[in-house]
Design a protein around this ligand. Sequence first.
Ligand code: C2E
Ligand code: MG
Ligand code: MG
Ligand code: MG
Length: 285
Amino acid sequence: EAKNKGRNSYAFYHPSLTQKAAHYLTRERELHHALIKNEFLLHYQPQFSLSQKKITGVEALIRWQHPEKGLLSPAEIIPVAETSRLIVEIGNWILTEACKQLKQWRDRGFCDIRIAVNISIRQLADKDLQQFIAELLQQYALPAQSLELEITESCLQNELIYIRCLEQLESLGIPISIDDFGTGYSCLSSLKNLPIRRLKIDQSFVKGIPYDTNDCAIAAAILALAQKLNLQVTAEGIETYEQADFLGNLGCDELQGYLLSKPVDSEQIPYLIQKLPDRLSSLKF
Ligand code: C2E
Ligand code: MG
Ligand code: MG
Ligand code: MG
């Protein structure tokens, strides 16, 4: 009785906190099982170069083939995984799978394609990341430039741990891009000081192009900044020809979005490499 009362009063004072913690623990356990049972898979979304008029890269995006719930999105995986070291384990699986797939495409003659992998801030802080990637490149005989890492602005903090990791990756020759650029708090000087190769314009700014004057202004400003700093730019979330033309006009290097293709399974990539240039021939750039 006293025990019951104690529990109730505890629940009374911290109901949402304990519920949330319990929920996360359950989800974490489920994710751990999913990793062991090999239920994760990668989909790939083409990145199309406007100057070369072809697919020059693909972004790897995680999915969860859940036995009951079907195909689940990263939203069901990443936020929970990021609260613990599980993100490092899942992240290492993602990196391995992406490199394995890239090797397979290269063996089939698609040699100049690049693969971009999303990296969480906790992975970047992992002291073994650089070594892990170096071994993967060796194991699958991949040139370092064929693997690109997408990090968010939160990784640009002026903290030694991140700076050192980015510099180590740079010394391996791995290109780094800033994902969702413009949505975080980046210190612009870090773009100058850190080894960054590319900015990805966030889809929230692409959405209103060409009708929303603010979105147009922000996209134009990012492109101008990137040009001055000699950075490549990929725009994500391209859904219309108007968006593609507007950004191409301002010198955007690569496009990614449903207009080109949704993320697809690996078998469809060779087909898209062949077909996309024709399908996009009406682009003015
Ligand atoms: P992100 O890295 O910015 O990826 C782009 C997201 O936009 C993807 O969602 C993609 O499917 C979606 N997208 C692409 N083109 C369009 C479009 O034209 N219109 C719209 N509305 N959306 C488009 P997805 O696959 O659900 O991934 C969401 C986020 O989850 C990613 O954002 C990334 O932050 C994270 N994520 C995905 N895969 C991984 C992963 O392997 N590791 C880590 N750490 N994070 C991942
Ligand atoms: Mg990304
Ligand atoms: Mg993004
Ligand atoms: Mg995003």
